[in-house]
Design a protein around this ligand. Structure first.
Ligand SMILES: [Zn+2]
Length: 164
């Protein structure tokens, strides 16, 4: 299966443009590598510049031994242009260390300029993972998954789109 060199979306032989990012698929592959790379970067930037991923976080109070929700707010996790294919980027903040093998929901907001789209994603661990670290993994076609755990023991959400 051929894949678009910008967004990794698979495409059929004979298609003229990528169905996701519109990159021309019939360009001359022998063309100047620097020119081609600039075209790839410009196309990627035109979709992902100004796109950021936020997560709904809760501030809790454990006074009296009770878990009481005090407030919730969206925290910015990543800019889409920080992401690269095949790597999990971990958010540089530790949350409370809790071992869990139950499904959890993560509320995500994808912002692009002044437009935002909210997703409630399910993360279903196959084994015990620690919820203290959250990351993101870029997938084909400008999609991504939220990852919780660590490089060695983690669980992923379903895919969500970084572009609207
Ligand atoms: Zn593409």
């Amino acid at each position: 299966m051929n894949r678009c060199i910008v967004c990794k979306c698979p495409y059929e032989e004979g298609q003229v443009a990528c169905p996701v990012c519109g990159f021309p698929l019939l360009f001359d592959r022998e063309s100047d590598p620097a020119t081609l790379q600039k075209l790839v970067d410009d196309t990627k930037n035109s979709y992902l510049a100004d796109v950021s991923v936020m997560m709904l976080t809760y501030r809790c109070d454990t006074e009296n031994g009770l878990f009481e929700e005090k407030s919730k707010e969206y925290t910015k996790l990543f800019d889409a242009l920080q992401l690269s294919y095949g790597e999990t980027l971990w958010f540089d903040k530790d949350y409370e260390s809790v071992e869990c093998d139950e499904p959890i929901n993560v509320d995500i907001r994808v912002c692009h300029a002044d437009v935002s789209v909210d997703y409630t994603l399910s993360v279903i661990p196959e084994r015990m993972v620690n919820l203290g670290k959250i990351g993101i993994r870029l997938e084909d076609g400008f999609k991504a998954r939220i990852v919780v755990g660590s490089d060695t023991a983690n669980a992923c959400s379903e895919e969500f789109s970084l572009i609207s």
